[in-house]
Design a protein around this ligand. Sequence first.
Ligand code: NIG
Ligand code: FE
Length: 424
Amino acid sequence: MRVRADLIVENANELVTVACGPRTGGFMRELGIIENGSVASFGDRIVAVGPSAEVRAKVDLTPDAQVIDATGKVVLPGFVDPHTHLVFAGSREHEFIQRAEGRSYMDILASGGGILSTVRATRATPASELVDLALRRLDIMLCHGTTTVEVKSGYGLSPDEELKCLRVIRELSERHPMDIAATFLGAHAVPPEYRGDPDGYVLCIIEEMIPRVASERLAEFCDVFCEDGVFSIEQSRRILEAGKAAGLAPRLHADEIAPMGGAELAAEVGAVSADHLLCASPGGMRRMAETEVVATLLPATSFTLMLGRYADARAFIDAGCPVALATDFNPGTSPTLSMQFVMNLAALGMRLHPAEVICACTINAAHALRRGDEVGSLEVGKIADIVIADVDTHLKLPYQLGTNFVDKVVKRGQLVVSGGRRIW
Ligand code: NIG
Ligand code: FE
């Protein structure tokens, strides 16, 4: 049967499909690569994928169809970045210097800096300015190949300010081509108003914030920074259960700096994803694998915090967990918008195979956002989010350091980036 197409990307040296998922174990190394491959779309959906001659024989191009020649290039699914703190004002380069001089991240937070300094700057900034700042960040992400992103609140930390940040996220979705998944992270830190009374703040989250977020449908997920000195396992459980009861799917910052049993909690509450995980226990990894919690690892954060080590990606893969990668973009611990930089660190710091890295940034990352049926692979019926990379083999994607390999990006069937620049 022939199909109509209004866009075709053809003759790719390698068409990396990454079909099916979430991928675990040895399956993470299989990318479903088609040599001399093409992908065609109609409207926002993929209608044909395969060897170039077969796709050409199958599609009827509309008279105004866009034909993109990918000779010599790698074509792959748009990257999915499943963990970012994109909405904030201000900047924290001074902390970067303090850490280089030996102060720890948690120490800076305990003395009112860190997250709390970004909270002060964000509260003092009107929503319209937060939107402008975030739109520019989304442009940079798209030019680096990211086509779906998760965005958390978490720099408001009061009912009105958290809602302000979530409404900013909603406006971003309406104004930018990027697909955005919104997460409520009221439990990012204890705000100054509740200093010394963290349980009072937990109650405010449960009784005031979650009901408002849910009734305005401002978020899909609820997240907690479950960490020694921030929110305990017990407090995190209460918040995540309350979120779940209100229709917000749980995800969490788990076992980043101290071993807390965060991985076990993620399994217990049925989290979609547990993130960071540098200190996860072997038992916690097993429980996550059994309950299909995605392990979302954030190597740019370990790098920026100069921890000298990364989450044990290999142990998660061996335990049978689907592993995803994300930027964790934020002003304190990960000032990068680039999934390509994350790919480099995952390959070099975590010793992942290039195929595992690509799988973790596409289909597994889509599953970390419950969007595995919509994005993350080049398959008929999925959203046409396509990256055309100026390299001849996928092996060069995590290998090439410090430059942007993205030539073109197709977002929902529209060419939005060309020559590495936005054109919409
Ligand atoms: O994921 N760890 C908590 N949240 C962020 C950091 C946010 C900040 O420092 O502003 C993270 O690393
Ligand atoms: Fe984070």
